[in-house]
Structure formats: structure tokens, C-alpha cells
Design a protein around this ligand. Structure first.
Ligand SMILES: Cc1cc2nc3c(=O)[nH]c(=O)nc-3n(C[C@H](O)[C@H](O)[C@H](O)COP(=O)(O)OP(=O)(O)OC[C@H]3O[C@@H](n4cnc5c(N)ncnc54)[C@H](O)[C@@H]3O)c2cc1C
Length: 440
């Protein structure tokens, strides 16, 4: 009998999953997830991501059970556990989704080496994490990646894409102990954010159905409107692969203005991934060396992290981050620009804080958006500085967003909520601005 192992990583779904479909097509299959000690002992293990992951694994197991199989869970070194499971069931092939981070590349090489030593094959499936493989969109100059988004997006729109795969049927599970599905606390100790979204393919598909049924139509007009909260909130489902980016794109009507604007954001995601695939060191090293001298200012960095800068538009975003493990893209951009460009604190400090709290924290998207905001990345106008007050007036014109997240200014009407320092005697319990900006 032909037996294979499908190693889930951040493709935690049964629909449009090229690795799972290939395993099921070939014969009996072990759907395997390894709680990887190397990841769980690092910065990626946070209470928010642990809670989302535990729920996503439970939903994945539910989906697999509906197919007549179940999720097999192990904990330890990913290479040793895959090796052991493959040996136990006599698998000749292991299927894996391709990924782009330095760690995922090392994992892939180590797996290939170990499995090769045992006479087993590692089959790596492209376009499971992105809508297109990184090398499917390359510049005609011969360079190995695009460094500017607009030409990337033009090429990206022309790429031929595979049709989404449906849920495979009838994979037999070879005799093997399934192991326990982990609770969040088994993955990482600590309380998650109180308003964290719930992980999983079923939950993600429900949100996607709702998003595509109407709200997406308003995305071009309202995606940056902070009080409207009119974005998809699908980023954690994309990060963990509870939803397939390729399938979402396939189901998005790009003839519609809202659909096209939304597809463009999915292209930004792919753009960052292709850049990280080509330059894995850009996760922590400046992509463009602009010889910036960062200020060592732990007090300013702490005020920013805690949402106590004295600028309600910054503090609202930073407090939402702690409460939900998520922030709207516009709020991320304003907060990141403020830290890196206004306070001149090294972008890595902010990126680290985001990685800790964001449930969608993603090396490609987080680090490269931080670099964009700091001027060391792919922004073609690296010196632009976003003035927080102008951003506030433009994207939260009535102050509704800041009143929602900063209770100290909740009594201030309209735009007054953006400038509490103008109130006679200030606002009780709320700090004065930690730095001056134009337009105070
Ligand atoms: C400083 C900073 C840090 C960020 N860190 C992350 C991160 O760790 N993980 C993450 O997924 N996104 C990150 N983003 C990108 C973006 O802010 C989030 O993807 C988005 O806000 C998530 O909300 P949504 O799903 O409602 O997005 P929508 O507005 O509905 O967008 C749809 C999808 O497109 C992708 N997307 C949207 N904007 C971007 C972008 N600028 N770059 C790349 N992909 C994008 C996301 O997958 C998102 O789910 C960051 C942006 C900034 C400025």
C-alpha cells in the first residue's frame, strides 16, 4: 500500500490544500501536526497565537474527522517526529507546503536530508501559503525579486493561477496513535487578549462568506476608515492557513472596485513573501541601508508600547492591539511611522512588540511593513513622515475611533478628542504628548 505523511505547518485547512490533496490522491495518509519545540521555545510562542492555533487545530481535526480520518499530533523536534511517524507507518513520501522564512527553509532542508537518508521523498507544494509561488512573478531584468510593489502588482495580475482544490475524499488513516490535541496552555502559558478572534477553517470560512457577500464592495472607499472597521479581519486565518489565499483571490470579483482593492492587498502579502524568500535576512536587517541613527529612548518606547504617548490616535491603536491581538492596517501604519520616524526608535523594537501581540504576526508581513514605515524598506519615498494629527483628522475625522479605545478622552467631542492637551488643565489620567509634532 502507498502510504504518505502530510505535515501541516501553516496550512491548517482541508480545502484548497495542495499537500493534503496530493497525499490523499496517492493512498493512505497520516495528517500530522508537530508542536515544534524550536518554534515553541522562540518568540513566536505567545498566548494570542497559542489560543488561535489550539482552536485552529481542533477545527482541523473536526474537518478531517468529517472526511473519515483525524489529525495526528506530536510534540518535539519536527524532523525527529516526522521521521518517527514515517517509520511507524512505512510512509514513502512526506508532503509539505512551501514557505519562505529562514526557519521554514532550514526545516525543509533538514527534513529532506533526514528523509533522504531513509530512502523517503519530501514533496514540497508551492502556492499553498501565497496565491503564487515566489518565483512565479519575477522581473524581466533577471533580478531574483521585485523591490517595488507597483510593477510587481502589474505582473502578479497577469499570472495564470491554478483552480482551488476541493476537500479531498476518503483518505485512509494507517494504524497509529493520534496523540492529544493541545490546549492553548499546553502551547504557551499566559492569558490571551480578551477580544481575540477564534481560529479555524470553519470559523474563517464563515467570516469569508460574510465578507464576500457584501462588505468587500465598500473596501476601496472605507478600508482606511478607522471607526468604520471595514476591513476583512481575515489576516490571522491567512497567516495560519485556515483560509487559502489562492482560493480567496479566486472568489474575489476583481472587476468590482472593492474586489480589486482587496486583491491588491493580497498582492502586497505575496510581494512581501517573495521579497523575504529572496532576502531572508531582511527579517531583521535593513533592506536598504540608509545609515539611520536610532535614538536609544526606553521611556519613549515604553510609552508607545503601553499606549501612553499622549497622542490618542497612536494610543488607541496600541490599546486595541493588546485588547484584540489585532489592529487595522491604517492604525499599524500610523503607530509604526510614529515610533520609527517621529521618535526615531529602531523599527526592530516596534516589530518585536507587534510580533508579541499580533495574532496574525507574520515575519514577511510584519517585518517588511515595518521596514516600509521606517524608510529602510520598499517605500519609494523613504523620507515621508506621517503626521499623527493629520492622519487622525483624515481617517478618524470625528474622533470616534479614539473615543472607543482611549476612555480618558471619551468625554471630548468631535476632533477635540485628538488634541486633549488643548483642554484647560489637560485631561485627568492621560499623559501629555511625549514629543511635539506640527499642528498641535
Ligand atoms: C507596521 C505594520 C505591521 C504589520 N504586520 C502584519 C503582520 O504581522 N501580519 C499580517 O498579516 N499583516 C501585517 N500588516 C499588514 C496589514 O496591516 C494587515 O494584514 C491587515 O491590517 C490585517 O487586517 P485585515 O485582514 O482586515 O486586512 P484587509 O485590509 O482586509 O486586507 C486583506 C488581506 O491582505 C493582506 N494585507 C493587507 N494589507 C497588507 C499589507 N500592508 N502588507 C501585506 N499584506 C497585507 C492581509 O493578509 C489581509 O488579511 C502590517 C502592517 C503594518 C503597517
Amino acid at each position: 500500500m502507498n502510504v504518505s505523511v502530510v505535515l501541516f505547518t501553516r496550512d491548517l485547512r482541508v480545502r484548497d490544500n495542495p499537500a493534503l490533496s496530493a497525499g490523499c490522491r496517492a493512498g493512505a495518509t497520516v495528517p500530522l501536526f508537530v508542536l515544534d519545540d524550536a518554534i515553541l521555545s522562540g518568540r513566536s510562542a505567545t498566548p494570542n497565537r497559542a489560543a488561535f492555533l489550539a482552536a485552529a487545530l481542533a477545527e482541523l481535526d473536526g474537518e478531517l474527522r468529517a472526511m473519515g480520518t483525524r489529525l495526528v499530533v506530536r510534540r518535539g523536534s519536527v524532523v525527529a517526529e516526522v521521521d518517527r511517524v514515517a517509520e511507524q507507518v512505512g510512509a514513502n513520501t512526506v508532503h509539505l507546503a512551501a514557505d519562505v522564512s529562514a526557519y521554514s527553509r532550514r526545516r525543509e532542508s533538514a527534513l529532506r536530508l533526514r528523509l533522504g537518508e531513509r530512502g523517503r521523498e519530501l514533496r514540497v507544494h508551492e502556492s499553498a501559503v501565497m496565491t503564487v509561488a515566489p518565483d512565479a512573478v519575477t522581473p524581466s531584468t533577471g533580478r531574483d525579486h521585485f523591490a517595488v510593489f507597483t510593477p510587481y502588482f502589474r505582473r502578479w495580475q497577469q499570472v495564470h493561477r491554478r483552480a482551488p482544490l476541493s476537500r479531498p475524499t476518503g483518505p485512509a488513516l494507517p494504524p497509529i496513535a493520534a496523540g492529544e490535541l493541545p490546549l492553548a496552555a499546553d502551547i504557551c502559558a499566559g492569558e490571551p487578549s480578551p477580544k481575540l478572534s477564534v481560529g479555524g477553517e470553519r470559523t474563517g470560512r464563515e467570516l469569508l462568506r460574510e465578507w464576500l457577500s457584501g462588505p468587500i464592495g465598500q473596501y476601496a472607499a472605507r478600508g482606511d476608515d478607522l471607526p468604520a472597521d471595514a476591513t476583512s479581519h481575515l489576516s490571522p486565518y491567512l497567516h495560519f492557513g485556515c483560509l487559502s489565499a489562492a482560493e480567496i483571490l479566486h472568489r474575489t470579483d476583481t472587476d468590482d472596485e472593492g474586489g480589486l482593492a482587496y486583491a491588491r492587498q493580497l498582492a502586497w502579502r505575496d510581494f512581501n513573501h517573495q521579497l523575504l524568500a529572496a532576502r531572508p535576512e531582511a527579517a531583521w536587517r535593513d533592506y536598504h541601508d540608509r545609515s539611520i541613527t536610532w535614538r536609544d529612548d526606553p521611556n519613549a518606547a515604553r510609552a508607545w508600547c503601553e499606549g501612553r504617548t499622549g497622542y490618542p490616535i497612536i494610543d488607541a491603536g496600541m490599546r486595541q492591539l493588546r485588547a484584540e491581538g489585532w489592529m487595522p492596517g491604517r492604525a499599524r501604519l500610523i503607530a509604526a511611522s510614529f515610533l520609527a520616524k517621529t521618535l526615531r526608535v529602531d523599527w526592530r523594537t516596534g516589530a518585536e512588540h507587534f510580533l508579541h501581540w499580533l495574532v496574525d504576526a507574520d515575519i514577511a508581513n510584519n517585518q517588511l511593513n515595518w521596514q516600509w514605515a521606517a524608510g529602510t524598506g520598499t517605500d519609494t519615498r523613504p523620507n515621508r513622515v506621517l503626521n499623527p494629527l493629520r492622519q487622525a483628522e483624515r481617517f478618524d475625522p470625528d474622533g470616534t475611533y479614539v473615543r472607543r479605545w482611549v476612555p480618558e478622552v471619551a468625554h471630548l467631542e468631535g476632533v477635540a478628542a485628538h488634541r486633549p492637551w488643548r483642554e484647560k488643565g489637560g485631561v485627568a489620567g492621560y499623559p501629555a504628548p511625549i514629543i511635539d509634532v506640527a499642528g498641535m
